[in-house]
Design a protein around this ligand. Structure first.
Ligand code: NAG
Ligand code: NAG
Length: 152
């Protein structure tokens, strides 16, 4: 009885409620996307310097997210790693759309933080996002945004 109570307590402590959504940087293993799949860009066409980020309503399709300081200056490589992690998530069918950008506002509660810091974000969605799912980001935020819909 005591042992099972302790075991439960250990599990409860190790698995905070939001853990399925906010995983640590590192996260899913990057898996190269087979040439039989297509990756299309759902971001609205930018007029000028405007950048886009997922609208708040897309949180109902949030599968995974990670926020971290960019470990390199090669944005192409970082965005590609995030894309491949999306494909590597689960059995490679759950992550439909991936979003990556620098200077994204870290949400409150991420890894126990108050949020608000601008960090590099890699976010997975379990439905295919379209143009209308994105909104303009405040100036200086969501820079070099990349999004990809994976279809295999
Ligand atoms: C997608 O993710 C949301 C939020 O995490 C979850 O409530 C929903 O059940 C998921 N939908 C599918 C089809 O997996
Ligand atoms: C950045 O990464 C891409 C993709 O991995 C690679 O093709 C390119 O050569 C890299 N650029 C630099 C400057 O290292």
């Amino acid at each position: 009885m005591l042992a099972s109570t302790l075991l439960f307590a250990a599990f409860a402590a190790a698995a905070p409620m939001s853990d399925h959504v906010h995983k640590r940087a590192g996260g899913p293993i990057a898996k190269p996307i087979p040439s039989t799949c297509t990756v299309t860009n759902p971001l609205p066409t930018s007029s000028g310097a405007e950048t886009y980020q997922p609208a708040p309503a897309t949180s109902d399709a949030l599968l995974y997210s990670a926020y971290y300081p960019s470990p390199s200056s090669n944005k192409t490589a970082l965005a590609e790693q995030c894309l491949q992690q999306c494909y590597g998530y689960g059995d490679s069918t759950q992550c439909k759309t991936v979003y990556w950008a620098e200077n994204v506002v870290t949400p409150a509660g991420y890894r126990g933080s108050p949020g608000g810091a601008l960090q590099t974000g890699c976010v997975f969605f379990n439905r295919t996002l379209v143009n209308a799912d994105f909104v303009p980001a405040p100036a200086g935020q969501a820079t070099d945004a990349f999004a990809g819909n994976i279809q295999c």
